[in-house]
Write a protein that binds this ligand. Structure first.
Ligand SMILES: Nc1ncnc2c1ncn2[C@@H]1O[C@H](COP(=O)(O)OP(=O)(O)OP(=O)(O)O)[C@@H](O)[C@H]1O
Ligand SMILES: [Mg+2]
Length: 250
């Protein structure tokens, strides 16, 4: 029996009369990949924001392991091992690949010490940088200007930035969005690789991708969890097909 990595309990987010999330409870087991699907406006990003601590105006609780982290801001949750990527790409386009990783590493260091203060840390960082570049397939692009890379490679870089603090829990908001056909396979392989040994929540509209990468699918609609189960069972679920798969599967 595996342990629970992340859990939300009775979470509600309201925007005026609209409930973007309506009393959602779900437990995410350690080491599993969860595909979070549902139509536009279902509340997927909002739920990820609640879990990451970027949406603090909600009722209900969020737990990381046994700890109630409902009041913890995003940076504290990041320190506890919760990493996230964004629906819209967030890298510095005018800097090189390596500089982007350096900036990300620096801004996360306790006390914001400049990297040149500690030679020892500098060496450790270089090793870490090399392994992130290799993992994301960016070794030969390390000195390229990030904004000149293909969109798929920019996404890989963003993933590298997210992976720098070695988060145990990864919250990914549409990591394949906008990636061209010829780069999808590589991007999926990267997601598969970084999912090993981690708990992953993956919001994704690409059905084939999310079904093949996930152990469990959580279907949201109108701010609630409509269904959850294995990819095979979700594909067969009539209610899910009528609200979602039907739209996308033709
Ligand atoms: N800051 C906000 N103010 C008002 N309404 C918001 C705000 N953010 C989200 N919403 C609304 O909350 C609902 C859920 O939005 P959310 O972004 O979580 O959906 P989503 O499932 O991620 O959709 P998509 O697939 O389009 O990304 C939508 O109706 C959206 O319009
Ligand atoms: Mg969204």
């Amino acid at each position: 029996m595996s342990n629970i990595a992340l859990r939300c309990e009775g979470v509600t987010v309201s925007y005026g009369a609209l409930k973007a999330i309506d009393n959602v409870s779900h437990a995410f087991q350690e080491g599993q990949v969860y595909g979070l699907i549902g139509p536009n406006g279902a509340g997927k990003t909002t739920l990820l924001n609640v879990l990451a601590g970027r949406q603090m105006r909600y009722s209900g609780q969020v737990y990381c392991g046994d700890q109630d982290i409902s009041q913890h801001p995003a940076y504290e949750r990041a320190r506890m091992g919760i990493g996230r990527s964004f629906q819209i790409i967030k890298i510095f386009g005018e800097m090189t690949v390596a500089e982007n990783l350096l900036i990300a590493a620096q801004s996360r260091r306790p006390g914001f010490q400049p990297f040149w203060i500690s030679r020892r840390h500098d060496r450790k960082f270089r090793e870490q940088l090399d392994s992130i570049l290799e993992l994301t397939g960016l070794t030969s692009y390390r000195d390229e200007i990030a904004g000149t890379l293909s969109y798929g490679l920019q996404r890989s870089l963003e993933m590298g930035v997210t992976l720098l603090p070695d988060p145990k829990i990864l919250l990914l908001d549409e990591p394949l969005a906008g990636i061209g056909h010829h780069e999808i396979e590589a991007a999926m392989q990267l997601i598969g690789k970084i999912s090993q040994g981690r708990t992953v929540l993956l919001i994704e509209h690409n059905m084939d991708a999310v079904m093949s990468l996930s152990n469990e699918i959580v279907v949201m609609n109108n701010g609630t969890v409509l269904a959850c189960g294995t990819p095979a069972s979700i594909r067969k679920d009539e209610a899910v097909r009528s609200i979602y798969l039907g739209e996308d599967d033709e």
